[in-house]
Design a protein around this ligand. Structure first.
Ligand code: MRU
Length: 371
């Protein structure tokens, strides 16, 4: 597939884009405003990137990893060449730590920051070259995630049933990555292969990533899309209207337990009940082999106002308590297969993951330093 695949698939925009040289800026599609407004957000400082990740202007596991990597580059933006190398390295190390505290669940964030931290350990001759090496590494992470999306799409396309319908949850598409997505990538490739199918998109309360984002990018790509409220998935399955479920992931433990957007667990149990295949699509940067199972995956708790308010209107009594975990953990037993850039992984997952997904040498460090 040519590098212009995003354009050829008619996906609307680039989610994460670096503009310029080592003193450039990070240009993000502001996903908080979609689908009403297509506006971009220019980040010139790591703090702006931190805020963009925290407030979900940029979101989705691979996309926040890439955005954070570029955020590290911004630590040295416009720093003069004569800045002492030691000072520049300290600043970068502090910035990686700060960006790591933006969101806790998606392991791609920590994997990307660890790669940037590794650049600090190299010995560039001067600050100018250090800046360039950081940018090269961020570009490499970006490119790798794009390539992974393509391969995941090609691996997963045969699993998309021709003439039938599938269900997805949250947004694991182009908007959540820097390529054509993970869970949505097989749909884009299957579409190029002239398969015809319908995608049901859960609206994904409370922040509506399915209704706002998945429906936006799929319809732009000419894929037939039906939005449902999250509570309708069971009836949809009972009625025999979908033949497979495709979701993304934020972190996958060594045994296959998978953290993804809140609501994924319920779907997986329903899919098992109705004997519907349940696929998780994710690049190897989403696997965390240092965790034996899902119990240790940190789950982000978000502000209760995301539940209390709908489009800025209070929909609960203001004194009502809320519980707002952003993710849940689907037990590996409910997962039919993982679609990765290394191929399709089938149970028993402890073995297929260990045999296929490279153990990152810095995996221990990932948890030690940030969590
Ligand atoms: O809170 P979000 O919108 O960042 O949650 C995103 C998801 O849960 C996605 O399914 C996951 O990150 C995979 S993205 C390819």
């Amino acid at each position: 597939m040519p590098p212009s695949c995003i354009e050829s698939l008619m996906l609307p925009v680039k989610t994460v884009k670096w503009v310029g040289d080592a003193d450039g800026v990070l240009d993000l599609l502001d996903q908080r405003l979609l689908p009403q407004r297509v506006e971009r957000l220019q980040c010139q400082t790591p703090q702006q990137v931190y805020e963009a990740i925290r407030t979900l202007a940029v979101r989705g596991a691979p996309a926040i990893g890439v955005a954070a990597a570029y955020g590290v580059c911004l630590a040295l933006r416009n720093k003069p060449e004569e800045t002492p190398l030691a000072e520049a390295k300290t600043l970068v190390a502090q910035t990686t730590l700060h960006l790591a505290s933006s969101r806790p669940t998606a392991v791609n964030l920590f994997a990307a920051l660890n790669r940037m931290k590794a650049v600090v350990q190299t010995s560039p001759p001067c600050t100018a070259q250090f800046k360039q090496r950081l940018l090269d590494e961020a570009h490499a992470i970006n490119q790798q995630e794009q390539d992974n999306c393509q391969t995941i799409g090609r691996c997963g396309a045969p699993l998309v049933p021709d003439g039938k319908a599938v269900l997805t949850h949250c947004n694991a598409g182009a908007l959540a990555t820097t390529g054509i997505g993970t869970a949505l990538a097989p749909f884009y490739i299957a579409r190029q292969q002239h398969k015809r199918f319908t995608v049901y998109a859960d609206e994904t309360r409370p922040l509506l990533q399915g209704a706002r984002l998945t429906a936006w990018e799929l319809t732009q790509a000419g894929i037939e899309t039906v939005v449902i409220c999250d509570s309708m998935a069971a009836a949809l399955m009972q009625a025999g209207r979908i033949q497979a479920v495709f979701v993304g992931a934020d972190r996958i433990a060594a045994n296959g337990d998978t953290a993804n957007k809140i609501g994924t667990l319920g779907l997986s149990i329903l899919a098992r009940h109705y004997d519907i295949p349940f696929y998780v699509a994710a690049p190897s940067s989403t696997f965390d082999r240092s965790l034996p199972d899902g119990a240790a995956i940190p789950i982000e708790q978000r502000n209760g106002n995301e539940i209390r308010r709908f489009n800025d209107t209070l929909i609960t009594p203001s004194q009502a308590e809320t519980w707002n975990p952003a993710f849940d953990v689907t037990s590996a037993q409910y997962i039919t297969a993982f679609i990765t850039e290394h191929g399709i992984l089938r149970p028993p997952f402890a073995e297929s993951i260990a045999q296929t997904i490279p153990q990152q040498t810095d995996q221990h460090d990932k948890r030690e330093s940030y969590e």
